[in-house]
Design a protein around this ligand. Structure first.
Ligand SMILES: *Cc1c(COP(=O)(O)O)cnc(C)c1O
Length: 435
């Protein structure tokens, strides 16, 4: 297998090996790293593979070809992806509906897959005896907890989480602030856009750059996208085995990292038919697909807060894959769901299917409910369940009228003491806090 190089979506940076793309996060020209060509895989090679680490070895082999991570892929996958990601039946009627449950990891949202794989990869590409890495992570709720869990107590790294005060759920906040040791949590008096801007300013600040070796763990990092592809490979092969048909996925989308992983899995040849993006009322992507005009805007707070993104960064990767609007429209569609409809869908699907959806998953369930009978009949459909409803109990419980059972790993975190520092949304405050 020949060596694969990674290039910037903006075309202005030299091609690099995978481990360099992971270590850098963002390409030096401001673009995002993508492989120069999609490696070839043959879905037939996956017969008999059952666990995610086994499937990761086969699916990611071409992406690590020629890189120093190549001989380490197996151990990285074993350590990072030993998590359940079952595709379960929601209805067993003749037009089957499934849920891809991505919330069985330590922080009960799909971000665990990417964060753990990134941590295991970065650990193996650290220069020996170097200054510890400082990972700055702006979070709208779930990324920060997943990154903290994945990097907690690793001596070569320090994690600084920035989250918007009052804009994350109480249990998300608990998961952002319960770590201590090498993890610090900053409660920023501002919104998610302010947190993201502060991280960018810190990265660009020459004085801070001398004192700290910064890195990012946001979903611009290709080390988070590759492992997310693995559960789509596993799920699509499983649905094909069970139904003899290609699955279509409806994906709750914010920054489009999870969706892009599905798009890649399909481009590699795995049995995926349609992909529909379910957004909340942050409608930058649905409007773009409709009008052809890319118009990022400030984010609006919604019940599905981890999807409150007005300028989804991974669109740049999707546009690199589908440079022509017509092709993109054939490959992807997108819809927007408002908060009242999210609430109604949580209630309705609890009654109809006995399923408890988190508000993010409910956007995808709503898009499924809007499909025509013919569309439902065309393919088996999979609603991607991105977080456990227990993380959003204050929203879900009053609607379904009963408590949501808390998974054991989440319950443990809920009982740890919190530490957070309140900071105003300025670079000076961030600089002082990380001293
Ligand atoms: C992050 C997140 C999303 C959005 O995923 P993207 O990869 O940013 O599109 C959806 N649901 C939940 C629960 C999340 O945490």
């Amino acid at each position: 297998m020949s060596d694969l190089r990674f290039v910037s979506t903006r075309g202005g940076a030299p091609p690099v090996a995978l481990s360099d793309a992971i270590a850098q996060g963002l390409a030096p020209d401001g673009g995002l790293y993508i492989p120069s060509a999609l490696p070839s895989v043959s879905p037939g090679d996956f017969t008999g593979l059952a666990t995610l680490p086994q499937i990761a070895r086969a699916a990611l082999r071409g992406f690590v070809a020629g890189d120093r991570l190549q001989p380490l892929l197996g151990e990285i996958a074993d350590a990072a992806l030993d998590l359940a990601a079952p595709t379960t039946a929601v209805t067993a009627c003749e037009d089957p509906l499934f849920a891809l449950e991505l919330y069985h990891g330590p922080t009960a949202a799909f971000k665990d897959f990417g964060a753990r794989f990134l941590a295991e990869s970065l650990q193996r590409i650290q220069p020996p005896a170097s200054q510890p890495l400082t990972i700055l992570v702006a979070t709208s709720g779930d990324t920060g907890g997943a990154v903290a869990a994945a990097f907690h107590r690793r001596p070569w790294v320090r994690v600084v989480i920035l989250y918007p005060a009052g804009l994350v759920s109480p249990r998300q906040e608990q998961q952002l602030t319960c770590w201590g040791d090498n993890v610090s949590s900053l409660r920023v008096a501002g919104n998610f856009d302010d947190c993201q801007r502060l991280v960018k300013e810190a990265f660009g600040d020459p004085a801070l750059g001398v004192q700290h070796r910064f890195s990012s763990a946001n979903s611009i990092n290709i080390g988070r996208l590759l492992p997310q592809m693995v559960y789509y490979v596993a799920s699509s092969l499983e649905v094909e085995r069970r139904t003899r048909a290609k699955a279509s996925y409806i994906i709750p989308a914010g920054n489009l990292g999870n969706a892009f992983a599905a798009v890649w899995a399909r481009a590699l040849g795995f049995p995926i038919a349609r992909i529909i993006l379910a957004h909340n009322i942050n409608r930058t992507v649905p409007d773009f697909l409709k009008t052809g005009v890319w118009q990022p805007r400030p984010s609006i707070a919604t019940l599905a807060s981890a999807m409150d993104v007005g300028n989804p960064s991974n669109m740049e990767r999707i546009r690199a894959l589908y440079p022509h609007m017509e092709e993109m429209r054939q490959q992807l569609s997108a819809q927007s769901v408002d908060d009242a409809t999210i609430r109604a869908r949580i209630g309705e699907d609890f009654m109809q299917y006995g399923r408890e959806w988190c508000p993010h998953t409910a956007t995808a369930a709503e898009v499924y409910a809007r499909l025509s009978a013919a569309e439902r009949h065309d393919h088996p459909w999979v609603v991607v369940s991105t977080a456990h409803p227990a993380k959003f109990n204050e929203i879900v419980e009053p609607i379904i009228g009963k408590p949501v059972a808390v998974p054991e790993s989440l319950d443990r975190l809920l009982h740890l003491p919190r530490h957070a520092l309140d900071v105003p949304p300025t670079l000076e405050a961030l600089a002082a806090a990380i001293e």
